[in-house]
Design a protein around this ligand. Sequence first.
Ligand SMILES: [Zn+2]
Length: 182
Amino acid sequence: MRALMHARPPDRFDPWKFAVNGGTLAGEWPVATLARFAELLHEPVGSVRWRLAGERDADGRKLVHVWLDAEPRLSCQRCLGPVTLAVQVDALLAPIAAESQAPQLPAQYEPLLAGDEGVSIAELLEDELILALPLVAMHEDERECAAGGYALPPTAGPAPVADGKPNPFAALSTLLKNPKDA
Ligand SMILES: [Zn+2]
């Protein structure tokens, strides 16, 4: 399965030049190519549609506007089966050359740490997708959830694992104990 792309975007870009030039980049990449994001999922199926635009705000600050659209397949915390969520991101990133500059940014901008070699598009997308994931994913419709409408008993022992990997949300399962207890 290949994503449709007319021109292959570069792996990295200079966010300051990109902002000054009003550049645009876009693509549709398989989820499986975004490894840090993919490993948090039930299975890395589907693709991530993304677009980047270079912008400047009224103060002349250089910005990278990012839009993302994906339907990641997460693990339901009640039945451990797959649950597909819609994730959309529309964020303004302000490139900075050092972490120490982050606190000086206006609150509406996310820091985008960039070195001499620029910014990796894949790492940028991974960061934004991971931030956009809910802490706990569950089937909203009980009829779709194999755990049914019953509260799960408190789990004893280690959390279940899938594919031999620890469930990244396992630590949160304790928060879900006895949800119906009064
Ligand atoms: Zn479920």
